[in-house]
Design a protein around this ligand. Structure first.
Ligand SMILES: *Cc1c(COP(=O)(O)O)cnc(C)c1O
Length: 382
């Protein structure tokens, strides 16, 4: 087959498993856990991350992320933990962006600490502060952009430059943006990690993870991954491949919906603030333009103090008040009550994550229906 070029074509065709026997139009599933070893360099085995379904889907993710190599994992945290521990050993130091996913923060604070890996949380846009934290044992800078829940961006090019000047590696969690909207490797980031549970899966029914990086850096990650054992079953790998065929279509619609909704909310008198990198009012709008191709399906907003967030959520009929994000359905949640509930009230206030802030994951519905749902909820509670 000719190498697919366009984004939709890559989503549909890259990394297909050829059905040589029956010539079916889609990848067959190879569920075997036992494969021939004689005459093979390496026998296939699901925990080796090298079954036909796993190895082929990894190609699709690598291609989308402009990377040489990829790996598919059983969850986002399996990908993140294996990738981090392929670089960090006891006595090393990692510099981490202030605002990151709660599970990653827990992993760093609980697990890295028990491995005696040192860490510093910092605002990565404060270049001086980052430079000041770099020591001889610093190995890695870890970031997420846009961040959860206030959509703060990190200047990836700048961070990659600082890292390269000091011989450090960089790792970016690209879950929120997806490779459709942003390809960190093009800005000099070394390793990209994903929770494929979110947009890559896209239907709120798969837990998976992924890593994309160079041929050299994938080797130690693969070794850790095999030892930790966080592989994905071939049935779910196949379902993730099926889901990713529509990744570009879904994300384009989610981008469009989020932009329209952000604009709608920005002009409402019951809204105090909207956090969306595609809005001109976003403090890093210029940076968003320079490193993102689309601004994503995630946005947050702050209700004015006269409106109860709890009441607003309760009256929504179409938009689901559930955990997680990235599905074809629009979902909403209170970060203060979920992802950031372990912080103290003071810490939340300091970060601007009050009870009035809600985080929205735009689905692919007709946006008028989402806007109608918001309007009817507000009309019931004011
Ligand atoms: C959900 C999420 C993760 C963790 O992924 P799992 O698939 O739940 O293990 C990591 N990073 C971000 C940004 C996420 O949203």
């Amino acid at each position: 087959m000719k190498t697919p070029q366009g984004l939709n074509t890559i989503c549909v065709h890259e990394g297909e498993v050829d059905d040589k026997i029956y010539k079916g139009a889609v990848s067959p599933i190879y569920p075997a856990t036992a494969y021939a070893y004689q005459g093979q360099d390496e026998s296939a085995y699901p925990r080796y991350f090298n079954t036909p379904n796993q190895a082929n889907l990894a190609k699709k993710i690598a291609r989308l992320e402009h990377a040489e190599s990829g790996l598919i994992f059983g969850s986002g945290m399996a990908a993140i933990s294996s990738a981090m521990l392929s670089i960090l050993n006891s006595g090393d130091n990692v510099i981490v962006q202030n605002q990151i996913y709660g599970g990653t923060r827990n992993f760093i604070k609980k697990e890295l600490e028990s491995y005696k890996v040192n860490y510093d949380f910092v605002d990565l846009n404060d270049e001086k502060a980052v430079e000041n934290l770099i020591q001889s044992n610093t190995k890695l800078i870890y970031l997420e952009t846009p961040s959860n829940p206030l959509m703060e961006l990190v200047d990836m090019k700048k961070i990659a430059q600082i890292a390269k000047a000091h011989n450090l590696l960089t790792m970016a969690d690209n879950t929120f943006a997806t490779p459709i909207n942003q390809t960190p490797i093009d800005f000099g980031i070394d390793i990209v990690v994903h929770s494929a549970t979110k947009y890559l899966g896209g239907h709120s029914d798969i837990t998976a993870g992924a890593v994309a990086t160079s041929k050299v850096l994938i080797e130690p990650i693969l070794h850790k991954a095999r030892n930790f054992g966080g592989s994905l079953s071939d049935q779910t790998t196949w379902l993730l491949e099926r889901s990713m065929k529509t990744l570009n279509l879904r994300v384009q619609q989610q981008n469009k919906n989020a932009a329209e909704l952000a604009n709608f909310l920005y002009h409402r008198d019951w809204i105090e603030q909207v956090f969306y990198p595609g809005l001109e009012s976003h403090p890093q709008y210029d940076l968003a333009q320079s490193q993102m191709k689309g601004f994503g399906g995630m946005l947050s907003f702050k209700l004015i103090k006269e409106i109860s967030a709890t009441a607003f959520l309760k009256e929504l009929k179409l938009v689901k008040d559930v955990l997680s994000l990235g599905g074809v359905e629009t979902t909403i949640l209170s970060p203060a009550k979920t992802s950031h509930s372990l912080l103290s009230e003071d810490e939340r206030q300091a970060q601007g994550i009050t009870n009035q802030v809600l985080r929205l994951s735009c689905g692919i519905e007709n946006i008028e229906d989402i806007i109608d749902d918001f309007n009817q909820s507000i009309s019931r509670i004011v």
